[in-house]
Design a protein. Structure first.
Length: 251
């Protein structure tokens, strides 16, 4: 059981569950006793490996592109048929691609639109598809995985930063709209040690560590802990953005 916090008997869905952050969240929720629905689109083998590593039983995998609203409705039906309810939706699926912020020509319309389709509209469409299941029983929780790029404007590209700012704002709007049955919060990491970070120049990464008051970068497990806390402990919190950035300033 994770830190004595129990999600025994609860159902959680994590989009983009095969990635570094998604897999850590899935594991933490399963350790706390939840049955986890692992959503993926392209990372089938990685997500199967995550599912096989989870403690407990009752976990399932569902392939669906979060930018395909029809597919999300089908996924909601699968969850309803299997579990009849959903206690936690973690909107973790997201995409990006490095493009220098001053290279406006390389940030094509197609890439810009695709980032918003997945990172923003996909999260909204997931909430829309699962709204009734989340509102059933004692009510549910939505956790949107955003980024401090939404407030710093520093990230892999301009569209990515803008998409995370939009998701922060949408968190606040949905929290108001769906209260009191559904709480909606955002977990906003800074730099996270993972596959993307490993591709960066070590000197640049050390500069980011030096700019972080707590003296290190976040791990996927740090993000997972924040998700678990938001879902189980912060029961009077909604419409808020929880930073997981080590106190990172606006630089």
């Amino acid at each position: 059981m994770a830190s004595g916090i129990s999600m025994e008997g609860r159902i959680a869905l994590v989009t983009g569950a095969g990635g570094g952050i998604g897999s850590a969240i899935s594991k933490r929720l399963a350790e706390a006793g939840a049955k986890v629905v692992l959503n993926y689109w392209q990372s089938e083998e990685e997500t199967k490996a995550v599912a096989a590593s989870l403690p407990g039983d009752g976990h399932i995998l569902i392939r669906a592109d979060v930018s395909d609203s029809t597919a999300l409705v089908c996924m909601a039906k699968q969850v309803a048929d299997r579990y009849s309810t959903l206690d936690l939706l973690v909107n973790n699926a997201g995409i990006t691609r490095p493009v220098p912020h001053d290279d406006l020509e390389s940030l094509s319309d197609e890439l810009f639109d695709r980032i918003f389709q997945v990172n923003v509209r996909g999260a909204f469409a997931c909430v829309r598809a699962f709204k009734e299941l989340l509102a059933a029983g004692d009510g549910g929780v939505v956790v949107n995985i955003t980024s401090i790029a939404g407030r710093t404007g520093i990230g892999s590209n301009v569209a990515y930063c803008a998409s995370k700012a939009a998701l922060d704002n949408m968190t606040i709007s949905l929290a108001r709209a769906l209260a009191p049955r559904i709480r909606v919060v955002a977990v906003s990491p800074g730099w996270v040690i993972g596959e993307y970070a490993k591709r960066m120049d070590p000197t640049y990464l050390q500069e980011q560590v030096n700019k972080t008051p707590l003296g290190r970068l976040a791990t996927p497990e740090d993000v997972a802990d924040a998700v678990l806390a938001a879902a189980t402990m912060l029961t009077f919190s909604t419409g808020c953005i929880i930073p997981v950035d080590g106190g990172r300033p606006f630089i």
